[in-house]
Design a protein around this ligand. Structure first.
Ligand code: FAD
Ligand code: SF4
Ligand code: SF4
Ligand code: SF4
Ligand code: SF4
Length: 412
């Protein structure tokens, strides 16, 4: 019987999944088991579209289709949590199994606080995440740094600090991520700053870090993070869908060291990015200049896991007059005031901005300052945010009692 806190090597017993999985196929095997046995009604995961740059969110209801979702797409920059809220009614009336990166899990927690997702109905299988690469950057990087036609690449992976590609003719080529990132390629800026490497808010946290010896590449490292996760794993093992063995203690140690070095790297990038913004009025000036290119397309709001309001304040014409360019800065100020203390640094508002405004950097820089002021870390538990709106009907009362205008002190 598995228990919360266990660390295991796990692998699927299905040859169909093993042949296409990233490593042990435990993630796909467990989700398939949950679907087959009525533990969930559907699985929300990601599958490859026309090429490796095309990550498609997919809802699976037939267990026979689960193998299509196996494998890691490092150019998959999508956020499943907002999709679950928008298109699956926040799991209100359906039990959903979902694969979550750190930002997906954090987004789900923030949405749950706002009653937009019913976590009781969500089975979260977490995947460790070193970062994802924007498809546009990946294509450019592969052409310019690897000297390879991006359409010739059939597989990519991030391993031992390298971005590695495999081409149609079976050639492998890897370049260190540090080198790529120093030259402006590599992971998305928000991923460089991210410190949610092992999503322990999920029911299970799965990855390849720490799998050593004869199981390297053939097993998934699983950390059991909840009783629900323990129950799923125990049942899948009992039914013969998943095989496990205790994780090698040396592997556990290595995994801990890699995680710590990734956290330090996150701090390094935070310092670098935040210092480049300057402080106080200088920072505000930079943000105002960059955001003056905004065309008010609302993509940042549409994809943000914190934004859910039916009547968004940015659409109130007395606050942000329509048809005016540049868009009044009030548009962005509203977002900062409503979202900043809960921003999970998922990067959607930057990735999807047609004007390439560094929205996520600005919001994340504010979030980190507010975390220092109020001690609230978004996305890790169900603790309510200090300033953000979590229930529309309580909006006025909450703002009055918390003094939401303190956010603007950051710019003094
Ligand atoms: P599989 O059975 O192959 O299942 C993989 C699951 O991931 C599927 O459900 C699939 O739909 C889902 N998926 C694929 N791409 C995405 C995506 N872009 N976003 C959300 N879900 C996706 N592990 C580490 O130990 N260290 C790392 O640095 C690390 N970085 C990662 C970065 C990314 C962007 C991703 C997606 C995964 C990363 N992982 C990392 C996890 C690792 O690649 C495997 O997913 C994990 O070990 C589980 O292996 P598996 O064989 O059991 O998974
Ligand atoms: Fe992974 Fe963090 Fe980037 Fe999300 S923000 S894709 S968890 S590195
Ligand atoms: Fe403006 Fe960019 Fe947001 Fe669109 S996505 S509203 S252009 S900041
Ligand atoms: Fe993600 Fe941007 Fe919203 Fe922050 S503000 S949670 S980075 S979409
Ligand atoms: Fe709009 Fe603010 Fe609600 Fe986001 S949180 S949807 S910006 S009103």
């Amino acid at each position: 019987m598995a228990a919360k806190g266990d660390m295991l090597y796990a692998w699927t017993t299905s040859p169909d999944i093993a042949g296409v999985a990233e490593c042990g196929g435990a993630v796909t095997g467990l989700l398939k088991f949950a679907l087959e046995n009525g533990i969930v009604d559907a699985v929300l995961a990601v599958k490859k579209g026309v090429d490796i740059y095309d990550a498609i969110p997919t809802l699976v209801t037939d267990p026979a289709d689960m193998a299509e979702t196996a494998g890691s797409l490092h150019c998959g920059t999508l956020l499943l949590s907002k999709l679950l809220k928008k298109y699956l009614d926040g799991a209100e009336n359906m039990r959903i199994g979902i694969t979550v990166k750190g930002c997906d899990a954090m987004g789900l927690y923030e949405l749950a606080k706002r009653n937009q997702v019913n976590l009781d109905n969500v089975l979260m299988i977490g995947v460790n995440c070193g970062g994802s690469v924007s498809p546009v950057t990946a294509r450019k990087m592969i052409r310019e740094k690897f000297g390879v036609d991006p359409d010739d690449v059939v597989k990519e992976e991030i391993d031992k600090g390298q971005f590695i590609i495999q081409t149609k003719d079976g050639q492998h080529k890897g370049i260190s991520m540090d080198e790529l990132e120093d030259e402006g390629y590599g992971r998305r800026p928000n991923c460089r700053r991210c410190k949610m490497k092992v999503p322990r808010q999920a029911d299970l946290a799965c990855g390849n870090w720490g799998v050593i010896g004869d199981k390297a590449g053939k097993a998934t490292f699983v950390e059991v993070c909840s009783d629900r996760g323990a129950d799923l794993l125990s049942r899948a093992v009992k039914a013969g869908a998943i095989a496990t063995e205790p994780a090698n203690p040396k592997g556990v140690e290595i995994r801990g060291k890699v995680e710590n070095s990734m956290l330090k790297l996150g701090d390094k990038w935070r310092n670098r990015y935040f210092e480049s913004l300057g402080e106080g009025k200088e920072r505000l000036q930079k943000i105002m200049e960059d955001s003056s290119r905004c065309t008010k397309c609302y993509a940042c709001i549409e994809h943000c896991p914190i934004c859910y309001c039916v009547e968004c304040s940015t659409k109130k014409t007395y606050l942000v007059p329509p048809g005016v360019l540049p868009v009044p800065f009030m548009f962005h100020l509203i977002r900062y005031a409503h979202v900043a203390d809960s921003c999970v640094n998922c990067g959607q508002c930057e990735e999807d901005c047609p004007m390439e405004i560094a929205n996520s950097l600005y919001m994340h820089s504010l979030q980190v300052e507010m975390e220092k002021m109020f001690g609230h870390t978004p996305g890790v538990n169900m603790e309510l945010p200090v300033l953000a709106l979590v229930e529309e009907h309580a909006e006025r009362e909450r703002l009055a009692s918390t003094g939401s205008d303190q956010i603007f002190d950051i710019f003094k």
